[in-house]
Design a protein around this ligand. Structure first.
Ligand code: GKR
Ligand code: MG
Length: 416
């Protein structure tokens, strides 16, 4: 029996704390869901992976576990192809299948690195930087999760941010705590003029530091053009102002600002029309759905070929994902912008042993230990799994949660 053969894939759904962050869909619930993967080899080596949660993703990872047992961990391409083939009949979207293959690919690379005694960044061609810059991810937010159904209110140490002054204060806290030198605001929450005012206030408070605004398709084409004009000279890019490749292309025709996306170009087949229509100038990559770390590096080369700048998307996540994001970002020569991360909002509940990943001066040093360089805290994992089981929460529902407090809240995109 070869030591590098996969014995089993252990799939553990978890839930961790999340503050009341606002977006164009509603508000974050008190818990966010992720899934932790442990890919166990015949010799006992364990490769780690982290995927977004939810019932569908969990079922697909369980299906993947059936397929990968017995395969060689160094055959990561074949492992992903086998999973893709198994999912194809029930999951027609390549983007959706990508979430599953990506998480397993990361676990394969972690295990490979551990076997070889080399960091994952070495397996991706070697690092071109020793630390990776991240942006402070600013959100409009409530001071607390209000009391609900007998549950007490849940406060946090970030405070309320519902206007330009609140956003500047949050940015200052982010800078004090983590040293960030670039800032992204999640918009699509208030009328565009209020969000324009917030960006101007940030520009005044942090002169010369890169700024971006992402309303998650809350605006029409016309509104997007208006905001782009108003924020000319203020933003480094405007992210997903409006829906779809044709809509973004229409905005891009008149926009003085580069347009970025993690919404309309999310699978390989979207690249050709986006390039043909000149719909975007910046792509936010994300190894969680682009097929893993090696495919992300390939994507970076495609972007380079077509003159697209590269940035990185994030969702509520923990340390295994942050380690993977850091390794791949370290191995991409043309990383044009600091990466997004939700880590400051969620790191208190991490599943990894502390000490390796730290956001300092707005950067994370690339771990140099074998594999991803992070270690699972099994007690934490057990606690967060129990929390998942006890919560009864099985999918993210920002809109439904918002309606618990504002029953007349409607999900309307575009809203303005
Ligand atoms: O966490 O509310 C959020 C974000 O809106 C997230 O869901 C997005 O996927 O961060 C993301 C983005 O850049 O669009
Ligand atoms: Mg975005």
């Amino acid at each position: 029996m070869s030591a590098t053969r996969i014995r089993e894939l252990i799939v553990t759904p978890i839930a961790f704390g999340d503050p009341p962050l606002l977006n164009s869909n509603g508000v974050h619930e008190p818990l966010a869901l992720r899934i932790v993967l442990q890919l166990v080899l015949e010799d006992g080596t364990v490769g780690l992976g982290e995927s977004p949660g939810g019932t569908a993703r969990l079922e697909r990872l369980h299906a993947a576990a059936q397929v990968v047992a017995g395969m060689d961990v160094f055959d990561a391409t074949a492992v992903c192809a086998a999973i893709d083939t198994a999912l194809l009949p029930t999951v027609p979207s390549s983007h959706e299948r990508g979430w599953t293959t990506s998480a397993v690919e990361v676990a394969c690379l972690d295990a490979q690195g551990k076997l070889l005694g080399r960091p994952v960044s070495d397996l991706l061609g070697g690092r071109v930087r020793d630390s990776v810059p991240f942006a402070a991810y600013l959100f409009y937010k409530w001071a607390e999760h209000p009391a609900l159904d007998g549950r007490a209110a849940i406060a946090d140490d970030w405070g309320e941010a519902l206007d330009p002054a609140g956003i500047v204060e949050q940015a200052r806290l982010m800078q004090q705590r983590y040293g960030f030198r670039s800032f992204k605001l999640k918009g699509g929450v208030f009328p565009p003029d209020e969000e324009i005012a917030a960006m101007r206030a940030l520009a005044e408070a942090f002169p010369g530091q890169p700024l971006r605004l992402d309303p998650n398709v809350a605006w029409t084409v016309e509104t997007s053009k208006y905001v782009a004009r108003e924020l000319d000279g203020v933003l480094e890019y405007l992210e997903d102002p409006t829906k779809g490749i044709p809509g973004m292309a229409e905005v891009a025709q008149d926009s003085p600002l580069p347009l970025a996306t993690n919404m309309c170009v999310i699978a390989w087949e979207h690249l050709k029309p986006a390039v043909e229509q000149n719909a975007i100038q910046v792509l936010l990559t994300d190894h969680h759905y682009w097929g893993g770390l090696r495919r992300t590096r390939e994507l970076a080369a495609v972007c380079e070929a077509f003159g697209l700048a590269l940035s990185m998307h994030s969702n509520s996540h923990l340390g295994i994902s942050l380690a993977a994001m850091t390794h791949v970002a370290a191995a991409i020569p043309h990383l044009d912008h600091s990466c997004d991360t939700h880590y400051p909002w969620n790191s208190a509940d991490d599943v990894i042993v502390p000490g390796v990943l730290e956001l300092r001066d707005g950067e994370v040093e690339v771990p140099t230990g074998p594999g991803l360089g992070v270690e699972l805290d099994h007690d934490r994992l057990e606690r967060l799994h129990r929390r998942y089981l006890d919560s009864g929460m099985r999918s993210r529902d920002d809109t439904g949660y918002m309606r618990r407090f504002r029953p007349d809240y409607e999900l309307r995109l575009p809203r303005w």
